[in-house]
Design a protein around this ligand. Sequence first.
Ligand code: SAM
Length: 357
Amino acid sequence: MPQKVISIRPESRSPGAKAPRYDGGALTDTLGRSMRDLRISVTDRCNFRCVYCMPREVFDANYTFLPHAAILSFEEIARLARVFVGLGVKKIRLTGGEPLLRKDLPRLIGMLVPLGVDLTLTTNGSTLVKHARALKDAGLERLTVSLDSLDEATFRAMNDADFPVAKVLDGIAAAADAGFSQLKINMVVKRGANDHQVVEAARHWRDSGHILRFIEYMDVGSTNGWRMDDVIPSAEVVRRIAAAFPLVAVEANYTGEVAERWRYRDGAGEIGVISSVTQAFCRDCNRMRLSTEGSLFTCLFAQQGHDLKALLREGGSDDDIRDRIAAVWRLRDDRYSEIRTLQTAPKPKVEMSYIGG
Ligand code: SAM
């Protein structure tokens, strides 16, 4: 049974405590990892109640989402993003919650495009028909859409919002029409829920020009009742697909890329598998997450964040913010997935909808 949600909030900062001045030197953490990717959660709200992410028993009508005043404004997000880019961030992913629920999101995209980074967004696709064109016009180049099954009953059971497959497929088509040429389609695979759909999904997306990526079901947060038995290892996913459509391994695009790539031998495109549970990639992890309310997390499985919003709102300069981020990164020693055990898995962790998936 899912436990009641454990509210984890940013760590408090002693007033006036300043991070040491950043010396401009190579910015690596205690394990020698550089900072490259930043995920920004623009809302903690979602219109789905995916059973593995925001179970309805917990995220119900009584659940308190962040009030508007607590969440970062677009101006605050853009300012922080600029500082991160100055420290070496090359890729920014907007996420949530469901990012397209955040009003006027294309305006934020327009503010981030001039930073010149690889800018992308992850969505459940439910409102893409309405938003795809404006996102593209604002300058977004890449898009990831989550879709856990093409089977109607399976999908509705997983999103627990009675949301139909067809509407997400329409959203994907609208995105393609708007000029998003190669979408990534994310499918979280949970044993007994949708694993019988793995080969069907591969069949559907082969030859589409889009890249289907299978994600191992993870023990993020504290509410999804995760059990190791529910994880289908990526190796099993690859085995099942290869039995139907022979696959060949492909080199990673860059160090720290989370998805392991495979292409169809017959030239019908490629798939990716993200094995965060069975083959942890902490060693190369170069990601940080900025929560909806401006707390910085150095690991998806973190128990504590670092409050940047207070620094912003108390009048900290860009240099102060830079110093704090650099100091946080230099002290980073997270490697949760490498040391995960059945004992660590149930520890209270921040929810993915809050920190950003
Ligand atoms: N609402 C957006 C969406 O649906 O893509 C963005 C946020 S969502 C948290 C980001 C991704 O995290 C989705 O692909 C979702 O399926 C995945 N995710 C959520 N909980 C997960 C879990 N326990 N294990 C693996 N992936 C998970």
